[in-house]
Ligand binder design. Structure first.
Ligand SMILES: Nc1ncnc2c1ncn2[C@@H]1O[C@H](COP(=O)(O)OP(=O)(O)O)[C@@H](O)[C@H]1O
Length: 189
């Protein structure tokens, strides 16, 4: 499927507001790839597909995770974490994306993971700071992103973790490990 058709297929899966967010993540991913010497073509494809399953019925997302050997521990945590893994699965099986770097960037764009690749970082950070985002601290993240993917991402995860703490919600442990790992990476730079 060419890029135009892929975009049309994604647009159909979501409300207009989320499609505008996807366009913002595409633009920001490409900008970050150019800024930090990443692969802009892969960043663009991962960004197009990153929220493909976001509005799928939650049972369908759970079924994909249950029946295809995806991490079962996700099912005990916030449902918002599920669409990323379901999306990577659909990108592979429905759209024939076989580039593991692209699939990983989709898969880990919400939780992060230890030893994030540059593409993982680009898509995850673009999701936090695309122009349509408007949450307390987003301008600080954009400022940090002028010089460091890792520092900006840490600030992004800090905002998610603070949000979850303020709501008394559980935190998917991989995000804590991701944050620790990024801090270590920054300290070594
Ligand atoms: N580590 C985590 N543990 C639990 N919930 C999480 C974690 N990371 C993200 N979330 C949930 O996912 C939401 C963000 O998911 P995301 O895919 O970025 O959605 P959106 O694009 O709508 O912001 C957070 O607001 C939070 O509710």
């Amino acid at each position: 499927m060419n890029r135009e058709n892929l975009m049309a297929a994604v647009k159909e899966q979501m409300p207009e507001r989320r499609w505008q967010h996807t366009l913002g993540v595409m633009e920001t991913s490409v900008m970050l790839a150019e800024r930090f010497g990443g692969d802009a073509v892969k960043a663009d494809i991962a960004a197009i597909l990153h929220d493909y399953c976001k509005y799928w019925p939650i049972e369908e997302q759970a079924k994909i995770i249950r029946e295809n050997g995806l991490p079962q521990d996700l099912l005990a945590f916030d449902k918002e974490l599920w669409h990323s893994h379901a999306g990577a699965f659909i990108a592979k099986t429905q759209f024939g994306i076989d580039d593991e770097e692209i699939l990983d960037a989709i898969r880990y764009h919400t939780s992060g993971r230890e030893r994030m690749t540059q593409l993982d970082k680009i898509v995850c950070l673009a999701d936090y700071m695309e122009p349509g985002r408007d949450f307390p601290g987003v301008d600080f993240i954009r400022e940090l992103a002028k010089s460091s993917l890792e520092k900006a991402l840490i600030a992004g995860f800090d905002s998610t973790i603070s949000f979850l703490l303020s709501k008394g919600k559980r935190i998917y442990p991989l995000t804590i490990l991701t944050r620790n790992d990024l801090i270590e990476e920054v300290q070594k730079q």
